[in-house]
Design a protein around this ligand. Structure first.
Ligand SMILES: [Zn+2]
Length: 269
């Protein structure tokens, strides 16, 4: 059946190249005379004949029952979402690297994060030089994306903060306090009086003070941690501490190891 007769003048476009509107016009006659079942069946046969058996089968499936097509669409879109959610941190990072992100910059941030979370005394002069170089590298590479406030804080004002803190910056993290949350909940539920708020809080605070007493905790064996050694660049920026004999991380205070177990840490802002 031909709906368009040969005309002189404008050359005929193929059906695939036509606009949605002319496709509608061209198929109008077909749609009016043939019913849906016949059309779908004919399409199935045509698809199979021209080497598209999968398309033919899917068409047959989705027209089987009224709800089948909806199920197909849902299953298909959820299969797409699963793929997106399954990226591991390493895969995500490798995607950035594949896309051309600078590897030296990533490595420098790893060093900086190690230094500020190590819990050891930091050589602020070396650290300042390192962060300034990193900031310059960032601006040079990605001037089209201004530094985030967090990055600016660490790279530009980080050395000043570390210099003015009374303790090594890694020991001032909120991890230790966060790790106490689960103890707080347990002490309140199991070891505190419940008949008044005041005595309840008194019992909790007393127990928290008891279990964090420096003398008592020093008698407790420190759990061995399985952590990777620091990078070379990191150890160069750390100063030998007055309180730890070796630069070994295992001699660290145990607050960090407690923090490792906690699951309800807040993410970095
Ligand atoms: Zn600033």
């Amino acid at each position: 059946m031909t709906t368009a007769t040969t005309v002189f003048g404008r050359p005929q476009k193929s059906f695939g190249d036509s606009s949605e509107r002319s496709k509608r016009r061209k198929t109008q006659g077909l749609r009016e005379t043939v019913d849906t079942e016949e059309l779908t069946f004919a399409t199935q046969m045509k698809l199979r004949a021209c080497g598209k058996p999968d398309a033919s089968k899917v068409l047959k499936e989705i027209t089987k029952s009224p709800k089948r097509a909806t199920k197909y669409r849902k299953a298909y879109s959820s299969s797409l979402q699963e793929k997106r959610g399954q990226l591991s941190p390493l895969q995500a990072l490798s995607m950035f690297v594949d896309a051309g992100m600078n590897v030296e910059l990533i490595y420098r941030f790893r060093v900086i994060l190690e230094v500020i979370s190590s819990g050891h005394t930091v050589d602020t002069l070396k650290f300042a030089a390192y962060t300034m170089d990193t900031a310059k590298l960032y601006v040079q590479l990605y001037s089209w994306h201004p530094m985030t406030p967090t990055m600016h804080k660490i790279l530009i004002h980080g050395p000043t903060v570390i210099e003015n803190a009374l303790l090594p910056i890694g020991q001032l993290s909120e991890e230790a306090a966060e790790a106490r949350n689960k103890h707080f909940r347990s002490y309140r539920q199991n070891y505190a009086r419940k008949f008044s708020r005041e005595s309840c809080n008194l019992d909790i605070i007393n127990r928290l003070l008891l279990s964090s007493d420096p003398l008592l905790t020093s008698m407790r064996p420190t759990p061995r941690k399985r952590t990777k050694p620091f990078l070379k660049e990191t150890t160069e920026m750390l100063l030998p501490s007055l309180f730890t004999i070796s630069a070994d991380r295992n001699e660290d205070d145990e607050s960090a190891s407690e923090a490792e177990e906690s699951s309800d840490e807040e993410s970095w802002e």
